[in-house]
Design a binder for this molecule. Structure first.
Ligand code: ZN
Length: 323
């Protein structure tokens, strides 16, 4: 019998990353392409099918066979019916039966999950969540995603299409506007978008008027990485934005730990590379809001799998389907 392999796919707003993975979680081959989100649902689906077919051909060349595909997609996901309900960063896919169409075209099982849940499944399988029963996952990217593991399992709530959305916990009701339409969400303080909007606000109010951070902003070349770099170089505006990020994360986690009676969190996503700038403010904030919490036993960890967490989590979902 041919070697069983699966495909894991992480679909983001601009890029789609996919990998051929064996049942032990070893990545055999990777691919990366544009997600074609702006060209509409059918182009995006065709691109995904092309990527999967290319990996299925690779698997056959290696004497293997792809048994299932797992998809991680940002947004509200109807896993049961294989449909994207609502995706703020992939609007073309809103309402689109992405997983069921893929299943019909490829004629193999296809499962789909929210990307932050996929991140959690990946970290739980072979990352920072290995051996942990109860923990909160937070992904810091363009937005802020979250997942919850309770009793060793991904918490699914009442199957409403969303769960563990820590990014939209309100940490400051009079705070900045969030992409979801509310004011003061964690996401509006702790995401790449929050960093960029914070710089925009400082520049438009004249608080930031010179230096490399200002130059990046003026040239429209600002990225979260550049804000981090400027914070490391001592820029006060950039440092204040990371302090605000740490403050908001510490407040949100202190509240969640207390409500759930748990003490572990794993932070991942691209913006977690700013860890050195936000972890001390996070710990300070958590101490400040620590009523009932024993700070000494709190354990906030950094993702081990980095960019591969959601990819491997999606692959794990596919492995579970065939096992
Ligand atoms: Zn929000």
């Amino acid at each position: 019998m041919a070697n069983m392999m699966v495909i894991g796919v992480d679909i983001g707003g601009t890029h789609m990353r996919s990998a051929l993975v064996d049942s032990e979680g070893q990545i055999i081959l990777r691919r990366r392409t544009f997600s074609e989100n702006s060209s509409g649902a059918s182009r995006a689906t065709e691109r995904l099918i092309q990527e999967c077919r290319a990996l299925m051909d690779d698997a056959a060349r290696l004497g293997g066979r792809v048994a299932a595909v797992g998809l991680g997609v940002a947004g509200k996901i109807d896993s049961e019916n294989g449909r994207v309900m609502f995706s703020p960063h992939l609007p073309a896919l809103n309402g689109h039966p992405l997983a069921s169409e893929l299943r019909d075209r490829l004629e193999i099982p296809v499962v789909m999950e929210n990307d932050a849940n996929a991140f959690g499944i990946g970290e739980s399988w072979m990352g920072a969540g290995l051996g942990l029963d109860n923990w909160i996952g937070v992904t810091l990217g363009t937005g802020v995603g979250g997942c919850l593991f309770l009793g060793g399992r991904l918490w699914q709530g009442d199957q409403l299409g969303f769960v563990g959305e820590v990014g939209h916990m309100i940490v400051h009701p009079d705070g900045p506007r969030c992409a979801c339409g509310q004011n003061g969400c964690l996401e509006a303080h702790a995401s790449a978008s929050a960093l960029l909007e914070g710089v925009e606000s400082a520049a438009s109010r004249g608080i930031l008027a010179a230096g490399p951070l200002f130059d990046f902003w003026r040239a429209r070349k600002l990225t979260a990485e550049r804000v981090f770099h400027c914070a490391n170089q001592g820029n006060a505006v950039a440092q204040a934005l990371f302090q605000r990020m740490g403050w908001a994360l510490g407040l949100a986690l202190a509240n969640l730990f207390r409500v759930l009676g748990i003490r572990h969190a794993i932070i991942g996503g691209g913006v977690s590379s700013g860890w050195d700038q936000f972890i001390i403010p996070l710990e300070k904030s958590m101490s400040q809001y620590s009523c009932m919490l024993d700070i000494g036993v709190i354990d906030v960890r950094r993702s081990v799998l980095g960019d591969d967490a959601a990819l491997l989590g999606s692959a794990r979902l596919a492995v579970n389907v065939v096992n």
